[in-house]
Design a protein around this ligand. Structure first.
Ligand code: GFB
Length: 356
């Protein structure tokens, strides 16, 4: 077993972004660590305001920080709101990291994303691939902010000896995800589309792009577990990949989601929508060497995500409210998805995939 070099027991632990999918999973996971969990809603603390962050941090004095607050979204949201994805993420992470330094926080974990790597990075992607090639254009704004965040942690380590580390999770899914079809990631979109089609007796669902890109998926509870594991056992300059080590084509994912949800119709591809990067499978050797591996398989994880969707444990974040909203921080702009509000995307170019 990897040696525990930092114990969370008895510590004050601040989770920035506790209302988002990742932050709320970290809060759930921290419950068994014997620590005091600190959170703040956006009404109490807007992370984009430097003075508010400094005042809050010096008043509450956390020992450890998980920086899971971010503006996040799927491929279309990233491509549509480049300024929001770049500015909001840059400013909030800089505020939290700098205030954590000033408040003498013992340990901080910054959470990034697998989109930090070059579009055509060698697969599976090792941590050292960072900045060796051009980024995928649909999410370069978000990627550049996340690269700046991990470099900021490295810089505070180098210049001030701070124990600030970075984890780069792959595509995540699970309870408390965003199921708005305009701004969500692929997993919640497919679950919702398959569910809606099933209950409405529709014969087909439509997925974006060609269905050929491959993606790696990790259940958010596994991600939270990995983050705590790294917090306790890892302290070094390099960021660490967090993934399942397996990927799947989007088309196969659509079939798998359909099977779990019980939708038996056809899958249609909307070729007017972008594919994004062809593949981004993480090399998780570093994390494995620290004796961590995921526990939730993809099919079981999808079933869990579908169950929480049916139980109403999800958020819907429309494009309209995105400009003023931050995932994990908002207490005003999320609302339950109304199934009747689903509208099919008009298609100009489609490809049909008959069920095998
Ligand atoms: O999850 P996703 O939006 O983001 O899309 P990325 C993954 C793939 O699924 C793309 C396809 O090839 C999409 O075209 N896809 C098929 C769909 N149907 C759908 C659908 O109904 N909705 C969505 N959203 N996609 C994101 C980055 O990239 O990955 C973020 O934009 C972040 O910055 C995140 O890094 C982890 O995997 O392409």
């Amino acid at each position: 077993m990897a040696e525990v070099i930092y114990s969370l027991a008895g510590k004050k632990v601040y989770v920035a972004g506790h209302r988002g999918m990742v932050g709320s999973a970290i809060v759930r996971r921290l419950a068994s660590e014997g620590c005091e969990i600190l959170t703040a809603t956006r009404a109490e603390l807007d992370l984009r305001r430097q003075e508010q962050v400094e005042v809050w941090m010096s008043k509450n004095r956390p020992d450890a920080v998980f920086l899971a607050a971010a503006r996040v979204g799927g491929i279309l949201a990233n491509a549509t709101y480049p300024a929001d994805f770049l500015y909001d993420n840059l400013i909030l992470q800089a505020n939290v990291i700098q205030a954590a330094h000033r408040a003498d926080v013992e340990k901080l974990m910054f959470l990034g994303s697998s989109c930090i790597y070059p579009k055509f990075a060698e697969q599976p992607i090792v941590e050292g691939s960072l900045l060796t090639g051009s980024l995928e254009p649909t999410n370069e704004w978000y990627a550049i902010a996340k690269i700046a965040g991990l470099k900021l942690c490295h810089a505070y380590r180098k210049q001030h000896g701070r124990d600030f580390i970075s984890a780069m999770p792959t595509n995540l899914y699970g309870p408390d995800d965003n199921f708005d079809l305009g701004s969500s990631h692929v997993m919640p979109a497919l679950i919702r589309k398959a569910h809606e089609a099933k209950i409405n007796g529709e014969q087909e669902i439509c997925i974006w792009g060609t269905g050929t890109p491959r993606r790696e998926f990790l259940h958010v509870d596994d991600c939270a577990d990995a983050c705590l594991h790294l917090m306790k056992t890892y302290s070094a300059d390099s960021h660490v990949n967090v993934g399942s080590g397996e990927d799947i084509t989007i088309l196969d994912l659509a079939y798998l989601v359909s099977e779990v949800v019980g939708f038996e119709g056809k899958i249609k591809c909307d070729l007017t929508k972008p594919d994004g990067t062809p593949r981004k499978l993480l090399n998780v050797g570093k994390l494995c060497a620290l004796d961590w591996s995921p526990k939730i398989g993809l099919k079981k994880g999808i079933a869990d995500a579908y169950r929480s969707f049916l139980d109403g444990r999800y958020l819907e974040r429309s494009n309209k409210v995105m400009a003023g909203d931050l995932t994990g921080q908002s207490d005003i702009s999320f609302e339950r998805a109304e199934t009747s509000a689903l509208h099919a995307t008009p298609l100009s170019t489609v490809a049909h995939h008959p069920r095998a």
